[in-house]
Design a protein. Structure first.
Lengths: 248, 248
DNA sequence: AGAATGCCTTGAATCCGTTCGACGCGCCGC
DNA sequence: GCGGCGCGTCGAACGGATTCAAGGCATTCT
């Protein structure tokens, strides 16, 4: 039914919603509280698609008719200002829901940063599922509250912290996001460009670049390869992000 | 049962949830989709209280055991940084819900800006109501999505707009909030201090003061009395907030 | 009434982040 | 191999917002 659910020739689990078996959404996302029966139903109503980097999942103002879960990959959510500047309102990682809103149209663009796999569901179908599985609606609300709290946190970062403190906070949020998805790692995927990070933090890309260079020179981080960071001195980054200038 | 529901000696409606009859929550808030029976139940489980200006409804970190609806008055929600600076993450107006979260503790302070009246409900009671009235849970989700969208909007304002554009956007958001509560007015309540506004917009109180003075000198606004603004030239304010520097 | 306090306004100097310009590097297509 | 392009880095100059400081105006307290 779909090209992704059987990478191993000997997949013995295909009787129980095989599509969902290794989806991040079961760990941290929408589908976490569902039993096998519900997963079966969801997987039969949803469609998996795969899209290349830089493609738009949807645009601000499009009728909000579909809901997505990011199975694999990275995405950014952006709002455009009339003068052309953009604000990144959030990044999304494997397992995260993208595009759920009660509004008639999406309030932001969603663009993939990497080649990705998505689980797509019609809004009407999701609403039906929400009605049939109260746990799902509750989960939806939980995720919304989580996201709201994260956005308020971001508001604090953008509103009150210095440039370097913002970049440090961003790196720490990457750690947090990675922890949500699996065991803690010191080397993290960071597929966003300096410009993306700048648009997230309310800075220019030059300032982001300078901050990261400064961290590198202080030995706090390393960038072994493009789009990957190693956080060496987490306490220092935390202290900087918190505004606690006295080093510990 | 409570001192507020019968200001007129001749109240003939007291048989049908009299407490809720004139509450803003029925117009724009949580209780909007409820019928008389549900309102009766809610009003019997909730308690009305009245609190003076500058009192704290709850503090960041307090166990999130209660949910409030602001019946009358104004409140600000703030997060504190380790270095003492504060970020106002939002203002709340009559009819708005305050303090609903699925987290174990409140993620921000809630402080009243004016003498206010509040409707208080135990979190457990609300959860019970949510189970009995699916419409209510749906409404909760709607409100959360609305708030998330507003917070993202605020992120754009703080992240990408100039000081004067932020202040203009703030004034326009006051108009929006007042429109939610009733017929459009040109003279608006603005009970927050310059410092509050600054902490909301990621500016200093001096910059806010200078911006408002500039607007006044251009004839765009008037401040007939303390804590009240009249918006005279809405198009100019909108243009400035949008970053459209070419005046129309 | 007079003093004290909180909030707002205004000015001058400073500073942090931006702007503008240039260059290096890796990747891709030709 | 070469040129073009996207992305990242770096330096110098600029500018908008902050910081620091002073003073005004209400309201409250004594």
């Amino acid at each position: 039914m779909n090209p992704f659910d059987a990478p191993h020739p000997t997949n013995e689990l295909k009787a129980t919603a095989p599509v969902c078996d290794r989806c991040g959404s079961r760990v941290a996302g929408l589908c976490q509280p569902l039993d096998i029966a519900a997963l079966d139903e969801i997987s039969s109503e949803s469609q998996q698609t795969s899209m290349p980097a830089h493609s738009m999942v949807f645009r601000e103002g499009d009728p909000a008719g579909k809901v997505f879960t990011l199975i694999e990959g990275f995405a950014k959510l952006t709002r455009l200002l009339p003068d052309g500047k953009q604000q990144v309102v959030g990044f999304r990682f494997a397992g995260d829901v993208i595009g759920y809103t009660t509004l008639p149209s999406y309030p932001f663009d969603a663009e993939l940063l990497t080649d990705s796999r998505l689980c797509r569901l019609e809004r009407g179908q999701l609403d039906g599922l929400l009605r049939r599985y109260p746990k799902l609606e509750r989960r939806m609300l939980d995720l919304c509250v989580q996201e709201l709290t994260a956005t308020q946190e971001q508001l604090v970062t953008v509103g009150r912290r210095s440039a370097e403190a913002r970049v440090a906070a961003f790196l720490l949020s990457l750690v947090e996001a990675s922890r949500r998805r699996g065991p803690p790692r010191t080397v993290l995927e960071m597929p966003m460009t300096r410009a993306d990070i700048a648009d997230f933090l309310g800075l220019t890309l030059e300032t982001v670049s300078r901050s990261l260079t400064a961290f590198r020179k202080r030995g706090w981080i390393r960038e072994p390869v493009h789009h990957r960071v190693e956080l060496i001195n987490l306490p220092a980054l935390s202290a900087l992000a918190e505004g606690t200038s006295d080093n510990g």
